[in-house]
Write a protein that binds this ligand. Structure first.
Ligand SMILES: C=CC1=C(C)c2cc3[nH]c(cc4nc(cc5[nH]c(cc1n2)c(C)c5CCC(=O)O)C(CCC(=O)O)=C4C)c(C)c3C=C
Ligand code: FE2
Length: 414
């Protein structure tokens, strides 16, 4: 590609902008869309997922149908100069909006500006479609402390939980950026360019790549599997559950603070899964401690994945089964919107995969929802024999942006 000024990358975004012309024939010609012929009037489904709107009531990347890939980064401020922070947040917002539309991070892009200067985009997403990229922005309690802004009580640090083996180098952060896309290169490109833009104002604290979304966040999505081989996300909150989302996920006006109304809180936990030990465990034991069957994902005692678990008297689900301990019934009605990803970060030098679940969950109040749930699990969940929490962070996730607004504006100017 030579002219890269302000154009979206090819893919759904360009086709939407230009209308559907002859591109379908080209796609069908290379067999990308089975069964589609150029004579059809409707475009075939775009396998990349197209463009997710950047500006909406809530930030994208929360109830957006979970994409396949993740690049998550936590950053620390290297300055408390408000003007510098505002300037960065403005530039981040512009770049993020451009990239989610399939464009390069900045006008001029990777190859079309001054040959004597570094390009304004790093270039590895040139020619790739938008791939349903979403970039979700969050604020850590430590940022508010540094700027002398009172923390909402919901943003208190999480208490220590039994068996926690948290690594401070994989925990905390003043800010976070969650990039999700159906192409890993698109997610990595987004984070890399935002991190680069932050140079001088922020530095990377830790980051995590993920694949194979472990949670479905829409009823239309098939349930993926975690690295224990079980369907994960069956009984998740879904985008379609609007009343439950109001009750459990979005911050209501009465809760405060005003800059978070319509936003949410994000709990991130890096959970190492000892897959080698798990793989030596019998199928019956795996199913019993999960509380669901491995193949269908049905609650123990039932036949189909979406059958309601019987947790009442005479239930065949073990007292220490994961789904019983994590259930709303066992946690005063609390539910969470899970949006985690599998990870394999190489091996640990001792012959084991350094693998696990990067657990991400959105909720209205971590103290009412995540804390009791994780306390139960840490104390009683039999699955704890096979897992260890190695990283932890909590972020306030502001609401979506109206036209012209930038990330964090309601906090810094509200
Ligand atoms: C504190 C919250 C949770 C942590 C941490 C957590 C870790 C974790 N979970 C699995 C695998 C499964 N979890 C499942 C269900 C489930 N898990 C949580 C919460 C946490 N999980 C909830 C709220 C639920 C739903 C419970 C219910 O009401 O039914 C399932 C079953 C399928 C599903 O509904 O998603 C699996 C499988 C792992 C492997 C893991 C840590 C590595
Ligand atoms: Fe779980």
């Amino acid at each position: 590609m030579t002219d890269t000024t302000d154009e979206p990358r090819p893919g759904m975004s360009r086709r939407r902008l230009l209308g559907w012309t002859g591109a379908g024939a080209a796609l069908a010609g290379v067999g990308a869309v089975a069964g589609y012929s150029a004579a059809d009037t409707d475009p075939p489904p775009d396998p990349s997922g197209g463009v997710v709107p950047f500006r909406d009531v809530h930030q994208a990347g929360i109830i957006t149908p979970a994409q396949d890939r993740l690049h998550f980064v936590a950053l620390d401020l290297t300055t408390v100069d408000r003007a510098a922070i505002v300037s960065l947040l403005r530039r981040w917002t512009t770049a993020a909006e451009r990239m989610t539309a399939g464009a390069e991070a900045a006008p001029g892009g990777a190859v079309n500006r001054n040959p004597e200067a570094p390009p304004s985009d790093t270039g590895e997403a040139l020619g790739l479609p938008a791939s349903a990229l979403t970039i979700t922005f969050g604020i850590g309690g430590s940022l508010l402390d540094k700027l002398g802004i009172p923390r909402p009580p919901e943003l208190a640090d999480l208490p220590p939980f039994q068996l926690d083996t948290l690594d401070p180098a994989l925990s905390g952060g003043d800010l976070c950026l969650q990039a999700c896309a159906n192409d890993p290169q698109v997610a990595v490109h987004a984070v890399r360019n935002l991190v680069r833009t932050g140079f001088g104002t922020t530095s990377v604290r830790w980051s995590q790549l993920g694949f194979g979304r472990t949670s479905s966040t829409s009823a239309a999505q098939q349930t993926h599997r975690n690295l224990f081989g079980f369907k994960d996300g069956t009984n998740n909150l879904k985008a379609e559950d609007t009343a439950l989302l109001e009750e459990q996920v979005w911050v209501p006006p009465a809760q405060g603070p005003a800059w978070l109304t319509g936003g949410t809180y994000l709990v991130a936990r890096r959970i190492r899964m000892h897959v080698e030990t798990w793989d030596r465990t019998s199928l019956a034991e795996q199913e019993s401690l999960t509380g669901r069957t491995k193949g269908e994902g049905a609650p123990i005692g039932q036949a189909r994945e979406f059958d309601i678990p019987n947790l009442g008297p005479g239930s065949p689900i073990a007292e220490d089964a994961h789904i019983r301990l994590a259930s709303a019934q066992n946690n005063g009605g609390a539910r969470i919107l899970r949006r985690g990803y599998n990870f394999v970060d190489g091996s640990d030098g001792l012959g084991h995969l350094n693998a696990g679940l990067f657990f991400l969950a959105f909720m209205q109040d971590p103290r009412r929802q995540f804390v009791p749930m994780q306390s139960q699990l840490a104390r009683n969940d039999k699955m704890m024999e096979y897992i260890r929490h190695t990283g932890s962070a909590v972020f306030a996730v502001p609401p979506g942006l109206r036209e012209g607004a930038y990330w964090g504006q309601s906090l810094l100017e509200g």
